[in-house]
Design a protein around this ligand. Structure first.
Ligand SMILES: Cc1cc2nc3c(=O)[nH]c(=O)nc-3n(C[C@H](O)[C@H](O)[C@H](O)COP(=O)(O)OP(=O)(O)OC[C@H]3O[C@@H](n4cnc5c(N)ncnc54)[C@H](O)[C@@H]3O)c2cc1C
Ligand SMILES: NC(=O)c1ccc[n+]([C@@H]2O[C@H](COP(=O)([O-])OP(=O)(O)OC[C@H]3O[C@@H](n4cnc5c(N)ncnc54)[C@H](O)[C@@H]3O)[C@@H](O)[C@H]2O)c1
Length: 473
């Protein structure tokens, strides 16, 4: 019996599609290769990492208690207990992704590795299933760079690191992207001595260079060693000790660690017989058009398996595009003009729209407005003054923003909305912002644009004239 829709992959991209399709009465099969639904985000990604980060934050605050006029002492960190809390939070969220919940929507949930046999048929554990349409949502896995000795030495990835029960005394992290940097700070705050090796010239290469450099200086001050523009030439392991032979130009040195976390990027999960279906793909994943259709028009793809933004909210966004196209036949297309993302370090780094470098690379004439958190009263009250808001303005409108600071991931959404709605920055400045909030940073950044004009000689002369010559009452 032919299905209306077969969804391969039960992470966020597949689940959003399945829940809508099922509730609309579309005859849907959802197949996942794992033991549970929820995908990377729930089991090995966002949820465990953010939960671990929270424990690390509590540890860091406890150490700083004296700054707040309090006394507290952090005892030895029991990583097992911290990871138990990580497990509990996963279990709480897992309830939303219970297969029975989806079965209740009318979705036929199967567990097994799906493979295409042809463009209309997949097999799961030897059973053949056919459908009129397919959605591939198979996600991504850690990429393993071809560094000599790496595979033999062994390493942790995001799939194993949350199973650790004892804190490594020294942790080396290969890769200074979001995974590497978030977990480097978390482990450092919990008590590991952490060294990050990043091959690009800056950490978080997708983010604004100035903000990333400032974040790096915060990490330095916390005692994390960060090597940028550094290549790992070889990895060796003996008697439980891992050694990374590093090189930067003519300098060579060795990083020694008790555990190695590999966070050097992702590769899309494409082992599902795409050739048999004639679905085109490249190293970055399945090729899709702006309606998320693959080279075979009735086969769609969403999320990390096709990119270009490997984030949970983007898998969800793309699922919405597929729902419109595949279920409602509305030719909706993706719009990547306003894509936010957040790196959950302390301070957080949140970005949307163009960075300063991107704007300049496109020869756009832009103004850059900045405002530091050390001048925001609420940040002083919180004792969280590192960082700044940086706004990129073109022809009076916001085209990009990056916020490095406390709760930047929440704050960035004011900029998201402003860019989405093509608001003039004057509107941001005119909007009343409650006092004392961190959100004032936006208004204050925009106000810097007017300060010079407002207190110029010309304006002062005008005001003096008005005071003298216009009737007072
Ligand atoms: C450590 C870490 C932290 C992260 N933190 C964040 C964050 O804070 N915010 C954020 O937005 N993003 C974050 N991400 C990224 C986020 O997890 C991914 O972008 C998101 O999970 C992608 O969803 P997806 O549906 O495309 O794939 P996934 O969630 O990976 O789901 C894919 C599913 O497909 C299944 N599958 C694969 N192949 C087959 C097959 N052949 N047959 C059947 N099933 C198959 C898998 O079992 C899996 O369940 C993080 C990632 C990591 C690794
Ligand atoms: N807060 C978040 O939203 C969040 C958190 C974690 C992960 N994620 C998502 O997961 C994706 C994967 O994260 P990631 O950090 O693994 O990947 P990434 O591709 O973003 O970063 C990997 C980093 O490793 C570096 N690298 C690659 N090979 C290397 C080598 N041999 N030696 C040293 N450095 C090397 C790269 O230059 C890059 O900076 C991210 O792109 C992001 O979209 C998001």
């Amino acid at each position: 019996m032919k299905q209306d829709l077969i969804i391969i992959g039960g992470g966020v991209g597949g689940l959003v599609t399945a829940s809508v399709a099922g509730q609309l009465g579309v005859k849907t099969v959802l197949i996942d290769a794992g033991a549970n639904l929820g995908g990377d985000c729930l089991h090995y990604g966002c949820v465990p990492s953010k939960t671990l980060i929270r424990s690390a934050e509590v540890a860091a605050l406890t150490r700083r208690a004296g700054e707040f006029g309090l006394q507290a002492e952090l005892g030895p960190v029991d990583l097992g207990a911290v990871m138990d809390r990580v497990r509990q939070v996963i279990d709480q969220i897992q309830v939303h992704d219970d297969p029975d919940r989806f079965r209740g929507y009318g979705v036929d949930v199967r567990f097994g590795h799906a493979r295409f046999l042809d463009r209309d048929t997949v097999s799961v554990d030897g059973e053949r299933l056919q459908a009129r349409r397919f959605v591939i949502a198979t996600g991504s896995a850690p990429a393993v760079p071809p560094v000599p000795g790496l595979a033999e030495a062994g390493f942790h990835t995001n799939e194993t690191i949350f199973q650790l029960r004892t804190l490594p005394r020294r942790l080396a992290v290969m890769g200074g992207g979001p995974i590497g940097i978030e977990l480097a700070q978390a482990f450092s705050r919990l008590g590991s001595q952490v060294t990050v090796v990043e091959m690009a010239a800056q950490i978080l290469p997708r983010d604004d260079a100035e903000q990333a450099a400032e974040l790096r200086s915060v990490l330095d001050a916390e005692g994390i060693t960060v090597h940028t523009a550094t290549t790992v030439e070889r990895v060796e392991q003996s008697e439980g000790i891992t050694r990374l032979a590093c090189r930067n130009g003519e300098s060579h040195w060795t990083v020694t660690a008790d555990a190695l976390l590999l966070a050097a990027g992702r590769k899309p999960n494409l082992d599902l017989g795409l050739e048999a279906a004639g679905v085109a793909y490249g190293p970055r994943g399945i090729r899709v058009d702006r309606r998320q259709r693959s080279s075979v028009r009735h086969i769609y793809a969403v999320g990390d398996c096709c990119g270009p933004y490997p984030f949970t909210h983007m898998a969800e966004y793309q699922a919405g595009i597929v729902i419109a196209n595949a279920l409602f036949r509305i030719p909706k297309k993706v719009d990547y003009r306003v894509v936010p993302w957040v790196t959950y370090t302390a301070p957080e780094l949140a970005t949307v729209g163009l960075t300063e470098d991107e704007a300049r690379a496109r020869n756009l004439k832009v103004e850059v407005l900045r405002f530091p958190f050390r001048e925001v009263d609420r940040a002083l009250a919180e004792g969280e003054t590192a960082g700044q808001a940086k706004l990129i303005v073109r022809r009076g409108r916001l085209v990009g923003a990056s916020v490095l600071g406390p709760h930047a991931g929440e704050l960035i959404h004011e900029a998201v909305l402003a860019i989405q709605a093509r608001l003039r920055v004057g509107t941001l400045a005119a909007a009343i912002h409650a006092y004392p909030t961190l959100a004032q940073v936006f208004r204050r950044a925009v106000n810097t644009r007017y300060t010079e004009q407002l207190y110029s000689d010309r304006t002062r002369k005008l005001v003096a004239f008005l005071q003298r010559w216009l009737p007072g009452r």
